[in-house]
Ligand binder design. Structure first.
Ligand code: ZN
Length: 148
């Protein structure tokens, strides 16, 4: 990755970490789940409004480090208007990117800014917390999703 690209990616993460998009309650939600990352202390609650298999809206609340907050912010942006199947596929591509199994894929779009965390294995859990929580919400799990 070039230094310029790395800098641009860093800026996007800082921006979303400081001013998370889609942060707050979602009165129309019909799916929700809680997620915790005990290693870092990240905690979030994700709410989704799903209709006819499409994620119409997604919002989150909680407290965590800049990476977990930025990841949840970028994820909620990416989910809107996608089908549940597309969301699951996106998680697969994102997870493969962060674990170094695969490189950037076009469908990841802005989510690729988090690729740099793969150099810091402990932060991978911060970046994937929102996605594990998404899966728990889609599957209606009652127990909080945990990265551990
Ligand atoms: Zn964290």
């Amino acid at each position: 990755m070039s230094a310029d690209l790395r800098e641009l990616y860093q800026e996007v993460i800082v921006d979303h970490g400081r001013r998370p998009r889609n942060f707050g309650p979602l009165p129309t939600a019909n799916r929700e789940a809680e997620g915790v990352n005990p290693l870092c202390g990240d905690h979030l609650r994700l709410r989704l409004a799903v209709a006819d298999g499409i994620i119409a809206d997604a919002r989150f609340e909680g407290a965590g480090c800049a990476i977990s907050t930025a990841s949840a912010s970028l994820m909620t942006e990416a989910l809107k208007g996608r089908s549940v199947a597309e969301a699951e596929a996106l998680f697969g591509a994102f997870h493969a990117l962060l674990t170094g199994e695969r490189g950037e894929a076009a469908e990841l779009g802005k989510l690729a800014v988090l690729a740099g965390v793969r150099e810091f294995p402990a932060r991978v859990k911060c970046a994937t917390l929102a996605w594990h929580t998404l899966r728990a919400a889609l599957h209606g799990e009652r127990r909080p999703a945990s990265t551990e």
